[in-house]
Each structure stands twice: as C-alpha cells, then as structure tokens.
Design a protein around this ligand. Structure first.
Ligand SMILES: C[S@@+](CC[C@H](N)C(=O)[O-])C[C@H]1O[C@@H](n2cnc3c(N)ncnc32)[C@H](O)[C@@H]1O
Length: 206
C-alpha cells in the first residue's frame, strides 16, 4: 500500500508519461457529462484527467492531491488542452474544502484505509452545495479476488454500501446510483480483463 506523499511522488516521477490515462474515467464521464457546469472539486485528482476534462466542459475546477509531481503533470495536461484548473497540493486528511460550495465533488480511485475514509469522505460530502452531486468511484472490495488489477490490500477497498453509509450519516443526500460496475481493461499483452468498481452518485437535497 502506498501510504505517503513521498511514495506517490516517486511513482509519478518514475515515468515521464502519465501513470493513469489522459481521458477521464469512463464512469465520471458517463455520469457527469450531462450535469450543468458550475464549481467542481476533484479530490485526490492525481494527474488531473477528470479535472481537465471537466474544465473543458466549462466547469470551474479545483483539483487537490498531495503529490506535487502529479499536480505538475496535471498542470502540463491542462496547458496542452488550453483549460484552467485551480491546482492545490494538500493532504486530504487536513484539507478543509469550502462547505456547501461545489456543484460537483469527484473522488476517483482514492483507496485509503477506513480510518482515513472516515475523515475524507464526510469532508467531501460537506463540500457539496444544495442541488450538487457527489460522485465516488473506486476499486470494489470484490475486485481483490474476482476482478483485475487494483490495490491488493483489502482495507483500502470498499463497497457502495460503505459510501452510502457516509452519505446517510450526512443526512442530506438522495442516492442516484450505488452500484457495483464492471470496467473492461485491455492489458499490455493485448488480452482483455474486467475490473470491478464501486460507483456511487448522490445529489444533495435543496
Ligand atoms: C489511484 S490515484 C487516482 C488519481 C485520480 N483520481 C484518477 O482517477 O486518475 C490516487 C491518488 O490519491 C492521492 N492521495 C492518496 N492519499 C491522499 C491524501 N491523503 N491526500 C491527498 N491525496 C491523496 C495520491 O497521491 C494519488 O494521486
């Protein structure tokens, strides 16, 4: 398990090209494309594939990650695409997003243990404005034995029910989707596999 920003930075610095993709995550894209652009917050943004895509749609995006090497790659991607993103280097365990301020909050493959999730997920939820959307996508617990790739530590995997429990505790959300979803993957040798992801989309009541 990668546990600190130094280790994440090493991973991002180990190659010149992107560790993740340039295109947005397929579920972020399919679930968020039709939402009217406003203010968006991408937490654990990595190299900014989702943040840059949202900015291209007209969103005013704040993107946060503790790995400055990832943020540097995000800045370069945004420059290539000609879009503006507010980039923030910060640890999500202490970062306090503006409350009730964002029309969209995205958490895409932030895989941290339950103790960390119990801090980061409620803070993410609190940042959603009335009528705004929270979108959580990540590696599902079942992916460990039944799906392709992803972290090998059970503690950092989760289920839709785990996310919904946080949103229920907040008390202000209507759940739009809380699903296990399959993500086809093409492996380097050309063969195909399927990853099992957790997808939760919810809207804060007005
Ligand atoms: C698997 S990557 C996903 C990146 C991006 N969301 C995407 O989907 O391409 C997970 C990211 O979480 C970040 N991260 C993990 N723990 C964090 C923390 N406590 N504070 C800020 N970023 C964190 C890592 O630096 C890494 O960039």
């Amino acid at each position: 398990m990668i546990v600190d920003s130094d280790a994440w930075n090493e991973r991002y610095l180990a190659r010149d090209d992107l560790v993740w993709a340039e295109a947005p995550n397929r579920f972020v894209e399919s679930e968020c494309a039709s939402i009217t652009p406003g203010r968006a917050l991408d937490l654990a943004c990595g190299e900014g594939r989702n943040a840059v895509w949202l900015a291209g749609l007209g969103w005013r995006v704040t993107a946060v990650d503790w790995a400055d090497a990832a943020i540097d790659k995000g800045r370069a991607l945004a420059l290539r695409r000609g879009v503006n993103v507010e980039w923030v280097v910060a640890d999500l365990l202490t970062y306090e997003p503006e409350r009730s301020s964002y029309d969209l909050v995205v958490l895409s493959y932030l895989q941290v243990p339950p103790g960390d999730r119990s801090i980061i997920w409620p803070a993410a939820a609190s940042a959603v404005a009335p009528g705004g959307t929270i979108m959580v996508v990540g590696h599902h617990s079942r992916n460990l034995h039944e799906g392709w790739g992803g972290p090998r530590e059970p503690a950092v995997l989760y289920t839709p029910a785990d996310v919904v429990a946080t949103l229920d505790a907040d008390g202000g959300f209507d759940i739009v989707r809380a699903d296990e979803v399959q993500r086809p993957v093409e492996i380097e040798d050309g063969t195909r596999a399927t990853a099992i992801d957790c997808l939760v989309k919810a809207v804060r009541r007005r």
